[in-house]
Ligand binder design. Structure first.
Ligand code: SDX
Length: 429
């Protein structure tokens, strides 16, 4: 196994240590490259660049492996729960019963928000996107817990456990309030006798004098949805959280930035874009062939397909694909979009354009169909992703905050603009 790597520049060679990860991934530690040689590396999109070492999640994109703190996503989705995943990601181990019971009670009792937070929702114009609202409301939430959002690292770490429980619990409430406010519906207070995901559905869909009752086990399906979205290495939004945290910003501000990053259609916004794509195919009467041709010509993207890391089937997509059938069956529903999705997947996985580029369904390909079946409106799909990803963002913030001598993230660039020139007064231009 090579212990060093040599970079030859002109007649000079530079030797750098090789870092080897738990799963034998290798990296060249070039932290001294610029001071040694005056050169920097260039890697737009960071496809070849490790921004950190981390103990939280491991993805092997070639083999389609996803593990959280060493446990496979298959085992966790079979045997665990979203709340247990939250604890595992944040604290590194599966919880002992006493700890877990205490944590769940804290999350259960902490679902309500300060009454004054309601006023913030009145400031958003009708049809404001709930991701814009959620990002704003997470920072607003931090204002009600100033003792946990001080931007003094030591203090914020001392209050970390409480802040983490506040965010995990209340992100649901803020999301449900955005949904209800937009429809002019009365806010529904959380109940302390309901499990995490059922309580969310209660806050979303109960009406005064007509409580939402989870007769189809949708709470379990949503819990599995949240679990599958909980963390995924240094994806766009998690890297954003780490970037913001590296400057010393508190947990509320950092996850608020993560929500904004997740919103993009190439990232968490893809679950919405997949449904729009499937509906477009359905309404066009096309069997998907024309759409695949458009994707192959570069005129459009097959949303829910492809991944920066997975060059194999995203294991989460496999689980969600199976889950879709179960959720629809439990509701006694059929969804023509599922048939279109299955046909599209079949066609793409047999088409050289997708095979040669190793484009497979990713976590977003089936998730929208499940959310639609549960009754979540499309504009809330990425909010669901954000609720699921909250523990991953919190765990990554903690890694940054606890890093001894943690450095602010400040990438360099290669300037390609104008060289130095003199100012010309406006009368002479
Ligand atoms: C998530 O990083 C994470 O872990 C993210 C995530 C998480 O849990 O946090 O897994 C969640 O964001 C999943 C991805 C959701 N996004 C989508 O489904 C949007 C559609 N996918 C593409 O935009 C794309 O696949 C990305 C953004 C996901 C990945 O893009 P890359 O790694 O930058 O790949 P690329 O754009 O360089 O594509 C390589 C080739 C190109 O063709 P060529 O230039 O070689 O001819 O593959 C093509 C691309 O045009 N390609 C696609 C395609 N994705 C890539 N062609 C058609 N449809 C697609 N979806």
């Amino acid at each position: 196994m090579e212990k060093t790597a040599t970079i030859q520049i002109g007649d000079r060679s530079y030797e750098y240590p090789v870092i080897v990860g738990t799963e034998n991934e290798k990296a060249i530690d070039i932290r001294k490259l610029r001071s040694d040689s005056g050169y920097i590396s260039y890697d737009d999109g960071y496809a070849n660049t490790g921004s950190c070492t981390s103990d939280i999640t491991y993805v092997d994109g070639e083999k389609g492996i996803l593990r959280h703190r060493g446990y496979s996503i298959e085992q966790l989705s079979e045997s665990s729960s979203f709340m247990e995943m939250v604890w595992l990601l944040i604290y590194g181990e599966l919880p002992r019963k006493a700890d877990f019971d205490e944590f769940r009670e804290k999350v259960r009792r902490g679902a309500h928000v300060h009454e004054d937070l309601k006023h913030h929702y009145l400031g958003f114009p009708p049809r404001s996107h709930p991701m814009a609202i959620l990002s704003s409301m997470l920072n607003a939430l931090g204002c009600y817990y100033p003792e946990m959002a001080t931007n003094n690292r030591e203090t914020d770490l001392e209050r970390f456990d409480e802040a983490a429980a506040v965010l995990v619990s209340k992100v649901r409430t803020l999301a449900a309030m955005a949904y209800r406010n937009d429809r002019g519906l009365p806010y529904i207070y959380p109940r302390k006798d309901l499990r995490y995901s059922e309580n969310f559905l209660h806050m979303m869909f109960s009406e005064p004098y007509n409580e939402f009752t989870d007769i189809h086990g949708l709470g379990h399906a949503l819990d599995l949805f949240f679990l599958l979205h909980a963390d995924h290495e240094q994806n766009c939004s998690t890297s954003t959280v780490r970037m913001v945290a590296s400057g010393g910003a508190n947990l509320f501000a950092s996850v608020s930035a993560g929500v904004s990053a997740l919103w993009g259609p190439l990232h968490g916004g893809a679950n919405t874009a997949v449904i729009q794509m499937l509906e477009e195919i359905r309404d066009s009467g096309d069997d998907g062939t024309r759409f695949i041709e458009m994707a192959k010509s570069g005129k459009s993207l097959m949303m829910g397909f492809g991944h920066r890391v997975y060059k194999n089937y995203d294991p989460r997509a496999k689980i969600l694909g199976n889950m879709t059938d179960k959720v629809l069956a439990s509701l006694g529903k059929k969804d023509p979009l599922l048939d279109i999705a299955r046909r599209l997947e079949e066609a793409a996985l047999n088409d050289d354009y997708f095979i040669s580029r190793k484009l497979y369904p990713n976590v977003d390909f089936y998730s929208g169909i499940i959310l639609k079946a549960i009754g979540i409106p499309m504009e809330m799909f990425t909010v669901m992703f954000a609720i699921g990803r909250m523990p991953g963002w919190i765990a990554n913030w903690k890694e940054i905050a606890e890093a001894p001598k943690g450095k602010i993230h400040r990438p360099r660039q290669i300037y390609m603009g104008k060289s130095e020139r003199d100012y010309i007064p406006i009368e002479n231009r």
